[in-house]
Design a protein around this ligand. Structure first.
Ligand code: DC
Length: 243
């Protein structure tokens, strides 16, 4: 059986990480894991239980009550997030969660709790995981690392359009402010801040469309996978050519 790899995609909020990760996972028949969804689900739990997300001690004490999982939805063709066996895929994308998730994700014990589960998901490889610390902390040994970026106005417009499509009422300015707030916390927090791993490739997709970016990255991934799995036919056909 072909050896599989781990693909780690990190970058700022709303720069298309999940779109690229899903496209790649589908093309390679790998599993896609949205690590941000896990931080969002914990945040949702705290909101639903009226726990102050700034009170780290209480947040941490509640981690034992949280069980997270992903289940594939065949109709929608996507992995969906479950919090204590309830589907929360839509709820974790609401503005109230986006506004509180950074506070939850700076807590060291929350990160340890999730990193452990994320590493287990990568045990048998064949996964594409996106987030902020995947190539640096979760899978520093990942075979392929990508760091995505795009300018903040492009990202705000994309996220705003997505929210409009979902019928969420919010202004473009609010979306942009939330992105800047999260970027600031993500890059400056003490625990696992967002930064590009030395061995990650840097991609600015402000000027690349979804298809261009996908093809470029898929080719790179295929080369890495081919190098891990040298094919006998390739060796034979080279010999034939020499003959
Ligand atoms: O990818 P996203 O926007 O859904 O992530 C939500 C938040 O979770 C983000 O603001 C920062 C945090 N996060 C994190 O700290 N580490 C990760 N690996 C993924 C997300």
């Amino acid at each position: 059986m072909d050896k599989k790899i781990i693909i780690a995609i990190d970058g700022y909020s709303s720069c298309g990480k999940s779109t690229l990760a899903k496209d790649l996972a589908k093309a390679l028949s790998y599993t896609y894991i949205d690590s941000g969804a896990m931080y969002r689900a914990i945040t949702l739990y705290m909101i639903q239980n009226e726990i102050d997300v700034n009170d780290a001690e209480v947040v941490v004490a509640n981690l034992d009550n949280i069980q997270l999982s992903f289940k594939y939805n065949e109709i929608l063709d996507r992995n969906e997030t479950y919090l204590n066996d309830r589907n929360v895929e839509e709820l974790i994308r609401t503005p109230i969660v986006s506004q509180n998730v950074s506070e939850v994700s700076i807590i060291k014990e929350v990160r340890q709790f999730l990193v452990k589960q994320q590493r287990q998901m990568g045990d048998s490889k064949g996964i594409v995981m996106d987030g902020r610390d995947i190539g640096t902390v979760v899978f520093p040994e990942a075979e392929f690392k990508i760091f995505l970026t795009a300018d903040v106005n492009t990202r705000a417009q994309r996220r705003y359009d997505e929210m409009l499509r979902k019928g969420i009422t919010i202004s473009l300015e609010e979306v942009k402010q939330n992105l800047e707030h999260r970027d600031n916390i993500d890059t400056h927090r003490a625990e696992s801040p967002l930064y590009k791993a030395d061995d990650a490739i840097l991609l600015d997709n402000s000027i690349l469309n979804r298809d261009q970016q996908f093809k470029l990255v898929l080719n790179m991934a295929k080369k890495i996978i081919e190098n891990l799995n040298p094919k006998e036919e390739n060796i034979n056909s080279e010999e034939e050519m020499v003959d």
